[in-house]
Design a protein around this ligand. Structure first.
Ligand SMILES: *Cc1c(COP(=O)(O)O)cnc(C)c1O
Length: 235
């Protein structure tokens, strides 16, 4: 089995190649290491290889790993966020990728005001209109952003999507392209306080295609840490 270091070298090489193919700059794409279910010693291996921005999909895991991982890392919340848990992470994360309801945005705003911080957020888009997925519909995205951008202490930095699970990553190219177009379209509306330049899209199976279509953050877990092990999944 390849080491974390080898995995990261491999992913970085593929990111570099995808950037070259599409005429993009390597520094315009952030490799976010998705560390869900991964323990602190292994995450530290990835950090030692230069991956200092970490993504978790559960509030509890950020809380558990926050102190042990120390100051040298930045946390991103990439999974569904329950309103009642916002208060635990509002001053611990640099970006919340998964804002998809007004109620959640209101709570993020309220807690950010209380803590005297600015919350950077992405709007999660259900680009393929999958029933199982969270996210606003593409045609509701502009109005949603208008609604939440007037809340205090919240800044909409861009859009995020979790594309469908597919065999061939090419199947998701159209969705990544639609995401980029949506970002461009909404920016062109010149909504007050909204200038979006972040596109969080692409995971282990499809990050190269996502980069070719304009991703600025790719969220890679398995490709870095190997297959995830979920203890007591059925208990
Ligand atoms: C788990 C997860 C990822 C990473 O998935 P891999 O296929 O392991 O790279 C990316 N984004 C979100 C929202 C996730 O929950």
């Amino acid at each position: 089995m390849a080491s974390i270091k080898e995995n990261i070298e491999n992913v970085n090489a593929k990111i570099e190649a995808a950037c070259q193919r599409s005429g993009r700059k390597r520094e315009d794409v952030l490799l976010l290491a998705v560390s869900k279910t991964i323990d602190v010693p292994r995450i530290k291996e990835a950090v030692a290889c230069g991956l200092t921005e970490l993504g978790e999909n559960k509030v509890q895991e950020i809380m558990d790993k926050y102190e042990p991982m120390g100051n040298g890392v930045k946390w991103h919340l990439i999974g569904h966020l329950q309103t009642n848990k916002v208060k635990y992470i509002i001053d611990k994360v640099v970006l919340i990728h998964s804002v998809e309801s007004f109620k959640l945005a209101e709570e993020i705003s309220k807690r950010a005001v209380q803590k005297g911080v600015t919350a950077n957020v992405l709007v999660e888009v259900n680009i393929a209109d999958e029933e199982s997925k969270f996210g606003v519909k593409p045609d509701e995205c502009e109005q949603f952003i208008k609604d939440i951008s007037i809340l205090p202490n919240i800044i909409v930095k861009g859009l995020m999507t979790v594309a469908p699970a597919v065999e061939n990553p090419e199947e998701n190219r159209k969705y990544f392209r639609q995401m980029k177009q949506l970002l461009v379209d909404i920016n062109s509306k010149k909504i007050d306080n909204v200038s979006m330049d972040v596109l969080s899209m692409g995971m282990t199976g499809d990050y190269e295609v996502a980069i070719e279509e304009g991703a600025t953050i790719v969220r890679v877990g398995t490709g870095i840490f190997g297959a995830r092990f979920y203890p007591n999944k059925n208990s």
